[in-house]
Design a protein around this ligand. Structure first.
Ligand code: GMT
Length: 374
C-alpha cells in the first residue's frame, strides 16, 4: 500500500509515533511518504520505500502569518496525485485534519478518491483544540474524516466531552519497540553519577503542561533523603526558568540538562526512575519508553496515564501537584530493593503489552478497510 503520513517533525510525542509507525510500515513492505515542513527527528538513513516531501511556505512580505495549512493541502494533493497514494494518515488534528479535508475535496473534484485517517494525540483535543478559536473546525474535521483514532480511552472520552460528535473513534494505543540494553551502560552511568547514587530522569518538551518544576521539587525532596542525580532531557519554553530554579535551590551540581536528543534509549538504560508529573497527558509515550527499558515510573494520575502506568505494578501515581506524595513514593522505591526489582519487572511486562507489531497491524487493518470501501 502507498501511505501518506502527515506529522509534526519535532520532538513531540505525536511526531515520534507517526515517524516510528511509518518506518515500521516501510519495513513491512509498504511505501511510506512523510509530509511535513522539516525532516522528522526520528527519520534518518536511506531506505528504498521511505520518502520525505517537504512543505515549503514562501515568505511573501504580505504574510504576517505564513499560510502553512494552504501549502500543506496543496502538497497533499500533489503527493496523492503523482505518487498514487492509497491513503492519507494525519497525526494531530491541528491543522493536519483540516488541510487533509481540503486536499480530499480538491482531489474529489479531479475524480480522485483518497480516504483520510485522523489520529488524535492529546493537546489537539484537551488543551488547544477545545478552545473556541479551533473548536468548530476540529469538530467538522473529526466528523468528516473517514476514520478517527485516539491514542487512549481517556482521550476518546475527552473528545466526546469537548466536541459535538458521536462518530466512532477507535482507540489504537501508542506503541514501543523493545530494544537491547546499551552495551556500555555502566561506563555511561559512571559519567552521570558517583557511588552508584540513583539516577532520576525526565524527558519532555519543557512546556507548562509538563510541570517540570515539579520534577525539580520532587528531586529536591528525594535528594535530601537519598543523595541522587537528575537528568533532564529536552528543551522548550520553560527551560530558562528551570535552570534558574536549580540555581536557587543550589542543585546545579546534581542536575544535568542534556538538551534535545534524538534517541533517548541510552539515557533510559542508565536511569533508575522516570518522573512524569504532567497536568494533563493523553497517553505518556515517554513513560512507556522508560518502562520498555525497565525503569519504574512515578506520574500523575491524569488523562491516559493510568492506562499506561499501573499503580504498584509499574510505578506509582499521584494527584497533579502532589510533590510530597511523588517524593515519598520515589524514596520508598529506592529504600526497598525488592519493591524496586518488582516494579522494574512489572514495567517491562507492561511495555510488552504495547509492542509495536500488533499495534501497527491494527493501523494496517484500518487502512485496508478504508481502501476496500473506496
Ligand atoms: O503535548 C505534547 O507533549 C506533545 C504531544 C504531541 O502530540 O506531540 O503529545 C501528545 O501525544 C503523545 C503521542 O500520542 C502522547 O504520548 C502525549 O501524552 C500527548 N501529550 C499530552 O497529552 C500533553
Amino acid at each position: 500500500m502507498k501511505i501518506g503520513i502527515v506529522l509534526y517533525p519535532t520532538y513531540g510525542g505525536s511526531g515520534v509515533v507517526a515517524t516510528e509507525l511509518g518506518k515500521y510500515l516501510a519495513k513491512k513492505g509498504h511505501e511510506v511518504h512523510f509530509i511535513t515542513y522539516s525532516q522528522p527527528v526520528r527519520l534518518a538513513g536511506f531506505t528504498g520505500n521511505v520518502f520525505y516531501h517537504e512543505v515549503r511556505v514562501s515568505d511573501y512580505p504580505l504574510f504576517d502569518y505564513e499560510p502553512y495549512e494552504t501549502v500543506l493541502a496543496s502538497k497533499m494533493v500533489d503527493v496523492v496525485k503523482y505518487e498514487g497514494l492509497n491513503i492519507l494518515h494525519v497525526h494531530y488534528a491541528i491543522p493536519h485534519a483540516s488541510a487533509a479535508y481540503m486536499a480530499k475535496q480538491i482531489l474529489k473534484s479531479q475524480g480522485i478518491s483518497i480516504p483520510v485517517v485522523t489520529t488524535l494525540h492529546g493537546t489537539d483535543i484537551t488543551l488547544v483544540g477545545k478552545d473556541s478559536s479551533f473548536e468548530p473546525v476540529i469538530t467538522f474535521c473529526i466528523n468528516e474524516s473517514d476514520a478517527v483514532t485516539a491514542v487512549s480511552e481517556s482521550l476518546k472520552k475527552d473528545t466526546y466531552k469537548h466536541f459535538n460528535t458521536t462518530r466512532e473513534i477507535e482507540v489504537i494505543p501508542n506503541f514501543v519497540q523493545i530494544h537491547d540494553p546499551c552495551p556500555n551502560a555502566s561506563e555511561l552511568r559512571d559519567r552521570y553519577t558517583q557511588n552508584n547514587e540513583p539516577i532520576i530522569c525526565h524527558i519532555s518538551n519543557f512546556r507548562k503542561v509538563k510541570r517540570v518544576g515539579d520534577v525539580i521539587d520532587v528531586f529536591d525532596l528525594v535528594n535530601k533523603e537519598i543523595p541522587s542525580r537528575l537528568i533532564l532531557v529536552g528543551d522548550g519554553p520553560e527551560r530558562n526558568k528551570l535552570e534558574e530554579k536549580c540555581r536557587t535551590l543550589d542543585l546545579c551540581h546534581r542536575i544535568t540538562f542534556v538538551g534535545k536528543i534524538r534517541d533517548t534509549s541510552d539515557v533510559l538504560d542508565i536511569s533508575d526512575l522516570f518522573l512524569l508529573p504532567s497536568a494533563t497527558e493523553s497517553f505518556g509515550l515517554a513513560a512507556l519508553e522508560a518502562m520498555a527499558a525497565g525503569v519504574p515510573v512515578i506520574s500523575t494520575n491524569t488523562g491516559g496515564l493510568p492506562e499506561v502506568n499501573i499503580e504498584g505494578k509499574t510505578g506509582f501515581l499521584s494527584n497533579v501537584g502532589d510533590v510530597k506524595g511523588m517524593a515519598k513514593n520515589a524514596i520508598r522505591i529506592f529504600n526497598d530493593p525488592e519493591l524496586n526489582e518488582a516494579l522494574k519487572k512489572g514495567a517491562r511486562e507492561q511495555a510488552l503489552k504495547f509492542n509495536i507489531e500488533p499495534v501497527v497491524a491494527r493501523y494496517e487493518a484500518l487502512y485496508e478497510s478504508l481502501t476496500v470501501e473506496a
